[in-house]
Design a protein around this ligand. Structure first.
Ligand SMILES: NC(=O)c1ccc[n+]([C@@H]2O[C@H](COP(=O)([O-])OP(=O)(O)OC[C@H]3O[C@@H](n4cnc5c(N)ncnc54)[C@H](OP(=O)(O)O)[C@@H]3O)[C@@H](O)[C@H]2O)c1
Length: 308
């Protein structure tokens, strides 16, 4: 099976690339010439690297056609971090690039298109997210994800390509970007400092990154897993309890200053994925508990804090 991956240098993509190689698939990855592929440096020699950028997909057209992917895993996205939530380049880089990639892939005989959406497509929802909820994105990130999802679904119907869109909540795990909450808290506590924290009563759904990669792969292999699915752990824990667990793993005597940072004016107090649709379609279920995932994550940062 020939799999084409975008975002393979990213947090989730790096785990997916490794999983696909373990399954014996032939993997090609679109990698920007400016990218630092540190997360996948140990497997780079087993990949076909296609230099390219979503902002200029035409330049990679010949290489995509020549690889002729049977499956595309599209995880690459300009502007994943919160600082880019309303950056107009979200639209210009991701929308046209994604649709061009889909066109190229379908012309090359691709049968399956698996793409990462986001809970941001639902907007400011509080509670358990089902796929039936209305989509009312409030950021350009959410609006662009929704637009890419709707357009690629229609194009997949037109091109007769199987379509899977996974609306992910939040992942965590080793090698994550330090701007995200869990690595920020771990790294700050490892330095013996106190992280800047809100009161922390909001309840969040965090999925361990290996479970996320396995869900993406299993969805791709299941003919029934077509359409839109939520992806998360299906459970929510308070930010406070997550931070306290991390603190206890690092140094129980460290003080935590909950409330030093106020809630956002539009603070959502509970985000939890209903994952029953995905589970029924794929048989997938998360395997790594929050305690175990946090333990592995803390250990990784403890050993690799020099990188940050
Ligand atoms: N992490 C989460 O909790 C979460 C939640 C909801 C949805 N998602 C979605 O899941 C996907 C993967 O997320 P992640 O956390 O793994 O993101 P990440 O670590 O920030 O990785 C983003 C990837 O996209 C690539 N990329 C960025 N701009 C590009 C461009 N113009 N052309 C080609 N590649 C480009 C990056 O390459 P470089 O190495 O060159 O930077 C990197 O490989 C994204 O689509 C994201 O929106 C993630």
């Amino acid at each position: 099976m020939r799999c084409f991956v975008t975002g393979g240098t990213g947090h989730i993509g790096s785990y997916l690339v490794r999983l696909l190689l373990e399954q014996g698939y032939q993997v090609a990855a679109l990698i920007r010439p400016t990218s630092d592929p540190w997360r996948i440096k140990d497997v780079l020699n087993r990949l076909q690297i296609i230099p390219g950028d979503l902002a200029a997909m035409e330049e990679a057209a010949a290489s995509v056609r020549s690889f002729a992917p049977e499956m595309v895993f599209h995880l690459g996205w300009y502007g994943v971090g919160s600082s880019h939530r309303n950056d107009p380049a979200q639209v210009t880089q991701n929308l046209a690039g994604t649709l061009k990639l889909l066109q190229l892939a379908s012309e090359s005989g691709c049968q399956r298109w698996i793409c990462l959406g986001s809970q941001a497509e639902y907007g400011l929802c509080d509670g358990v997210l089902t796929e039936e909820l209305p989509v009312r994105p409030v950021t350009l990130y959410g609006a662009t994800k929704l637009s890419v999802g709707l357009l690629s679904q229609k194009l997949c119907e037109t091109y007769n390509v199987g379509f899977t869109w996974l609306r992910l909540l939040a992942t965590y795990g080793p090698m994550d970007d330090q701007q995200h909450m869990i690595p920020y808290v771990i790294l700050t506590l490892l330095r013996g400092q106190s992280p800047a924290l809100s009161p922390g009563e909001q309840r969040w759904d965090y999925l361990y990154v290996e479970d996320a990669a396995r869900a993406i792969w299993q969805a791709a292999t299941m003919p029934a897993a077509q359409g839109v699915f939520n992806l998360g752990s299906g459970e929510a824990a308070t930010v406070k309890s997550i931070v306290e667990r991390i603190r206890d793993m690092i140094d129980p005597s460290l003080m935590l200053d909950f409330g030093a940072v106020p809630y956002r004016p539009d603070q959502v107090m509970c985000l939890q994925a209903d994952i029953s649709r995905l589970q029924q379609a794929t048989g997938w279920a998360p395997q790594v508990s929050l305690d175990e995932g946090l333990k592995r994550t803390v250990e990784w940062y403890r050993e690799n804090c020099g990188r940050y």
